[in-house]
Design a binder for this molecule. Structure first.
Ligand SMILES: Cc1cc2nc3c(=O)[nH]c(=O)nc-3n(C[C@H](O)[C@H](O)[C@H](O)COP(=O)(O)OP(=O)(O)OC[C@H]3O[C@@H](n4cnc5c(N)ncnc54)[C@H](O)[C@@H]3O)c2cc1C
Length: 345
């Protein structure tokens, strides 16, 4: 088994990540759990605050786990687990395409034969696109800047290192998440047409005008940060011959329930399980997709639904978010992916 990574090292962008029970089960199954969650707080409580910093909803995770983790920690844990399982990781190696016969084409013109090629090459997947697998790709109206902040002495001392807070102001949001003993993960979301809001380095004056009560926090932001526009991707099929598409390349979704990575990990483990069960690769891929597609598509639908209030007037949104926090039906929809038992766990 070999991974071709185009970057010159195995690194990640995006600062922090929430991993819920479903993703944690996958990490356990592949022996990466302890290293992935080392030093990460259990993110058991999430507050939602309105435009005037009033608390409008509190979500508590009880009976299942969720950690907020520095992304590089989880990537390192996954890379170590892969290496331990005998996987070779080749960095500085860029794929440009693949054929249904199981041929991987690299940018240096080499063509490598494999029993199976897996395209896990992100939203702009060239493996997926050369096989014409997309059925729908839609850029959404919002996006996000993500960055890490060093904890202050007070934050390090805090006994409550696990409450995350979502602050709203107009169409902007600040999501404050402690994610290690030393790091705070900050996600600033805004409409894509909000030029001042999406600028990197972050335009602090503009964000302080929107969130006067967060001035000390915003002042701590440095030059770093990365903006990504949200998008939604659906494929006609998740595979073609001996090529499978995994991760956001197959199912990009907005991060409103923090499950893009969770679905990617569930689908990757399930792919291994199905290949183990059935030697006929195309048949294994068809069975894999049939099994996993419903929960992935449910996750996409719920993420889209929970993003709708972004453009609503603040008062209506506050009412909707407060009701959403109390609705048993919506809570069930929101946590279904987190409570899903991934194949192979
Ligand atoms: C703002 C935001 C917040 C999010 N929060 C969460 C969260 O809290 N929880 C969660 O579970 N998910 C979250 N997600 C989703 C999560 O980030 C993605 O689902 C996850 O990163 C997908 O991983 P991936 O491997 O499919 O793609 P990527 O992370 O994009 O990785 C693709 C890899 O392929 C490499 N690559 C690309 N092209 C080539 C090529 N041609 N040749 C070789 N290598 C190539 C890239 O360098 C990269 O290493 C969030 C997403 C966003 C945008």
């Amino acid at each position: 088994m070999r991974v071709h990574e185009r970057a010159d090292e195995v690194r990640t962008a995006g600062a922090g990540i929430y991993v819920y029970e479903n993703g944690l089960r996958v990490l356990e199954a592949i022996g990466a759990y302890d290293a992935a969650v080392a030093g990460a707080p259990m993110a058991h409580t999430r507050e939602v605050r309105d435009d005037r910093n009033r608390l409008i909803a509190v979500h508590r995770w009880t009976g299942s786990r969720v950690f907020s983790i520095v992304r590089q920690t989880i990537i390192n844990a996954l890379a170590a687990a892969a290496a331990g399982a005998g996987v070779e990781i080749v960095t500085g190696s860029t794929a440009v395409g693949a054929t249904p016969a199981g041929e991987l084409v690299l940018s240096d013109d080499r063509r490598l034969r494999a029993d199976l090629v897996i395209g896990a090459d992100g939203c702009n997947s060239c493996i997926r696109d050369c096989l014409r697998l997309i059925s729908a790709r839609r850029l959404l109206h919002d996006g996000c800047i993500r960055l890490l902040l060093e904890k202050t002495a007070e934050e390090r001392r805090s006994s409550d290192g696990a409450t995350t807070i979502e602050y709203w102001s107009g169409t902007r949001r600040v999501l404050y998440t402690p994610c290690s003993a030393t790091d705070i993960y900050l996600a600033l979301t805004m409409l894509d047409r909000d030029e001042a809001g999406k600028a990197v380095p972050v335009r602090k004056e503009s964000w302080k005008r929107a969130f006067p009560h967060l001035e000390p926090l915003i002042d701590r932001i440095g030059e770093q940060g990365r903006y990504d526009r949200f998008e939604l991707i659906r494929l006609r099929r998740w595979s073609a011959g001996r090529v499978a598409i995994v991760g956001v390349a197959a199912h990009a979704l907005p991060p409103n329930i923090g499950q893009g990575g969770g679905c990617a990990m569930m689908n990757a483990l399930s792919l291994a399980v199905h290949l183990d069960r059935c030697a006929d690769v195309p048949a294994a891929l068809a069975a894999w997709e049939k099994k996993e597609r419903p929960i992935t598509e449910h996750t996409q639908r719920v993420s889209i639904l929970l993003g709708l209030p972004t453009t609503w007037p603040p008062r209506l949104r506050a009412i909707a978010l407060a009701l959403a926090g109390k609705s048993k039906w919506l809570t069930r929809q929101r946590i279904r992916t987190a409570l899903h038992h991934p194949t192979g766990t």
